[in-house]
Design a protein around this ligand. Structure first.
Ligand code: NG6
Ligand code: CA
Length: 500
């Protein structure tokens, strides 16, 4: 009889376990991880452009998910694209949404944001990596709490690099506090003047391990001169070569600490932005110098993050998005062999321009969605923008919170079919253009056609430019004079969207 009871107990507990585990997975909304590279070009990922650079880990995700070939960042530079991604709003509507150099926070604490949207749906929300959306609301004191910042716009946890790797201060900030700061060695930052004759890249080239090409000639930290001046805070200085591992470990811990809840993680990587400082174990791995090496390093990091999700059995309940904040650039201010060792590699793929450009390669970036067991492998050439992640992710987690610039392309994001964007305003350094169906309209803009420093074609011209991407994806033939009707139609649409 006791054997019978024992067996019944076993039977019941088996079903109880089954029942509770079914409940917990069913009730748990999917985790969302956005992996965001910095300046990674359309052609830098081998799943997009088979060539000399190999990114096997990104490729595995791309080839088992949806690989969007017409996916765009909002802008051809960092801060505005990040603004658009996190607010679901066009950056050119906000005059503050420009490249931040020690600026106050660009996102208003009253604005709708992606992390707030997740939080209101009971998610844990975290950011690890590059922020570059400004901090504080005036002069920042780095020796006390820095606010507002990511935690004031919806992130429960933040571990960030404030602006860029080439800007001071070269310290990490965790939940508003400079990490590892020694109270007896306060940190001072200025973008106007040097402190007490500290060494600079301009004055002390003998101290540099990487020479500056343009800009980047102020304070020297770890043998690299940066944009801006800083003094003190020595214990808090980051190690450039360890940054990738450091952020990866923080992202992994975030996942482990939050795996029992639904979480949203913004893993905002620093590669391949300048200064390119691969860890020694990646040095020489690409044969393309530091730029290629840090892409190999970033790809490895993504593989490690994937492994963590796999080991924790989280892949089936996690939607992963991979993209980049803007197109590629070779020489962005340091002599690092990016130009000299590029060989046959084409960071922009077949597209024209790059970072800072209104041409396609400025904003057409790798764009991948992956969700094991839910998303079926597919390539999609439908038009989608990072601005659309707001409403699409909101729909996927069954939230009502939406913004007016964002399109709900949740079906496209999960199935690679269905509604796409018809029109998209592209932005580069405050200048805007229109992408409409297969067409691109670039209004006339003063200024150089090619940047003297970066050698990127900026897309500016004294006259209207009109391109048909279907027949001319590389934007070689300006049809503005030939296709008068099309030109008029697009100018009309452009004016309408811009003035909305
Ligand atoms: C520019 C920097 C460039 C890079 C960029 C921001 C100079 C001359 N150039 O002002 O090196 O830091 O800002 O890049 O200082 S982004 O990807 O973060 O937008
Ligand atoms: Ca960038």
């Amino acid at each position: 009889k006791s054997i019978m009871i024992n067996q019944n107990l076993k039977f019941i507990s088996f079903f109880l376990i089954l029942f509770f585990s079914a409940c917990s997975t069913e009730n748990k909304k999917p985790n969302v991880i956005i992996i965001y590279a910095d300046d990674l070009g359309f052609g830098d990922v081998s799943a997009y452009n088979q060539g000399t650079l190999n990114t096997p880990n990104i490729d595995r995700i791309a080839n088992n998910g949806i690989k969007f070939t017409n996916g765009h960042s909002s802008s051809a530079t960092c801060s505005p694209s990040r603004y658009a991604l996190l607010t679901g709003s066009y950056p050119w509507r906000n005059s503050k949404a420009k490249i931040s150099t020690g600026a106050s926070m660009i996102i208003d604490t009253n604005q709708k944001t992606l992390p707030k949207m997740f939080k209101e749906n009971n998610y844990s929300t975290g950011i690890v990596g590059k922020w570059h959306l400004g901090l504080g609301d005036g002069q920042i004191n780095y020796n006390s709490k820095i606010s507002p910042g990511p935690n004031e716009i919806g992130f429960d946890y933040s571990y960030i690099m404030p602006d860029t790797q080439d800007r001071v201060p070269t310290v990490y900030i965790e939940d508003g506090y400079v990490k590892n700061l020694d109270k007896n060695d306060p940190l001072y930052v200025s973008f106007k003047s040097n402190f007490d004759n500290q060494p600079t890249g301009k004055k002390n080239p003998e101290m540099l391990t990487m020479k500056w090409h343009h800009g980047h000639f102020n304070s020297i930290i770890n043998g690299i001169s940066r944009i801006g001046f800083m003094k003190g805070g020595k214990r808090a200085h980051w190690s450039d070569i360890d940054m990738a591992d450091h952020f990866l470990n923080k992202a992994k811990s975030y996942i482990l600490n939050n795996k029992n809840k639904s979480f949203f993680l913004f893993y905002s990587m620093q590669q391949p932005h300048v200064p390119r400082t691969p860890h020694p174990r990646f040095k020489g791995k690409s044969g393309m110098g530091p730029r290629g090496d840090v892409i190999v390093e970033a790809d490895w990091c993504i593989g490690e993050l994937y492994k963590t999700l796999e080991d924790e059995n989280l892949l089936e309940n996690t939607l992963i998005i991979i993209s980049s904040d803007n197109g590629p650039v070779l020489n962005d201010g340091y002599f690092d062999d990016a130009v000299e060792k590029i060989g046959n590699h084409t960071p922009s793929g077949i597209y024209r321009g790059g970072k800072y450009s209104l041409f396609e390669a400025g904003t057409r970036v790798p764009f991948i969605s992956y969700w094991k067991g839910v998303i079926k492998p597919k390539n999609s050439d439908k038009l989608i923008s990072q601005i659309d992640l707001f409403n699409s992710l909101s729909s996927i987690i069954k939230s009502e919170i939406k913004t007016s610039d964002s399109y709900d392309l949740s079906e496209l994001l999960l199935k690679g079919v269905g509604k796409e964007r018809e029109e998209l305003i592209l932005e580069a350094s405050g200048k805007t253009a229109l992408k409409y169906q297969n067409w691109v309209l670039i209004p006339p803009y003063k200024g150089k056609a090619v940047s003297t420093y970066t050698n990127v074609e900026l897309g500016r011209s004294n006259t209207f430019q009109l391109y048909n991407l279907k027949t001319d994806p590389s934007q070689k033939v300006n049809l503005a004079n030939q296709k008068k009707e099309k030109l008029t139609e697009l100018i009309k649409i452009y004016n309408k969207v811009i003035s909305n």
